[in-house]
Design a protein around this ligand. Structure first.
Ligand code: CP
Length: 307
């Protein structure tokens, strides 16, 4: 059976990505036109990790498109007891589309293979493609273009950073990564090798110089959600905070800089970003989070072949 998934964005063409971004902006402007496109259709949302935005935006998107979403907390399902492929084989016989936030990308790949319906990556340790697609919606909305812009990502080289690299290069945007720490489970050497060939991927540890050239400065949590309160990660957390302190987005770094400030949330105020920067006129963090809704609608409609 021919089905489209969204597991990494790597296999999406530039045209697919740009069209979906533009469709999200149109959906935002004309919500009523899309209100019944998913009548009678069901999204299963499987979460092995916590979430606010991904869950809310997908669930609200399904409601607003005329469909329905089922929230499945991994811990209260029989995914805890059985082979993931068998549970997914069943699931995909009862729903029209699956969105899964899983700890291991390998399990998401198994999900994609076992499912007879489209599968969306709701964030794994390696990639967060929906986040990037929705972020590109916000940047396009604010700047009216993507090609030729320079996005500076500051923080840990992680899943969000990987997806931003994939998405930025696809749309012709320069991405400069300022990352003194690599989250090893997120590392994708093949992606970095490809990115290096693109002419659009740069790395530096000179945050001041990088910010001078930026159109957008983007940061993310220094500690992944599943590790933030884990006592086993305490030492590594302290080490990271020490190493990353000079890379905080604060007023001292950003004063006089006319750059958009982005953060995918949840925010750890006082670590990767200060309250002053979160609330500054250049911060588009809350519009960015709001736009998850319109981006997710476009993703659902695309994968269900409605647009
Ligand atoms: N940015 C993001 O995915 O938010 P949640 O973890 O709250 O879903």
């Amino acid at each position: 059976m021919n089905k489209r998934d969204l597991l990494t964005l790597k296999d999406w063409s530039r045209e697919d990505l740009i069209n979906t971004i533009e469709e999200a902006i149109t959906i935002k402007q004309n919500p009523k036109r899309y209100a019944e496109l998913l009548n009678g259709q069901t999204l299963a949302m499987l979460f092995q990790k916590t979430s606010t935005r991904t869950r809310v935006s997908f669930e609200a998107a399904m409601t607003q498109l005329g469909g329905h979403a089922i929230f499945l907390n991994w811990k209260t399902t029989n995914f805890t007891l059985a082979e993931i492929r068998d549970e997914v084989r069943y699931l995909s016989r009862n729903v029209d589309i699956i969105m899964a936030r899983l700890l291991k990308h390998q399990d998401l790949e198994k999900t994609g293979e076992a499912s007879r319906v489209p599968v969306i990556n709701g964030c794994t340790e390696k990639y967060h493609p929906c986040q990037t697609l929705c972020d590109l919606v916000t940047i396009k909305e604010k700047k009216d273009r993507l090609k030729g812009l320079n996005l500076v990502y500051v923080g840990v080289q992680n899943n969000v950073c990987n997806s931003l690299i994939i998405g930025s290069i696809k749309v012709g945007m320069k991405i400069t990564v300022v990352a003194p720490v690599i989250h090893q489970p997120s590392l994708d050497r093949g992606l970095i090798e490809e990115a290096e060939k693109s002419g659009l991927y740069y790395t530096t540890l000179n945050i001041k110089e990088a910010v001078k050239e930026a159109d957008i400065v983007y940061t993310d949590t220094w500690i992944d959600m599943e590790l933030f309160s884990d006592p086993k990660f305490k030492k590594e957390k302290e080490k990271r905070i020490e190493k990353l302190k000079p890379y905080q987005l604060n007023q001292d770094l950003l004063k006089d800089r006319d750059v958009l400030i982005m953060h995918d949330m949840p925010i750890h105020e006082g670590y990767e970003i200060t309250r002053q920067v979160i609330e500054s006129p250049n911060s588009i963090i809350f519009e960015q989070a709001e736009n998850r809704l319109y981006g997710q609608k476009a993703i659902l409609l695309k994968l269900l072949e409605k647009i």
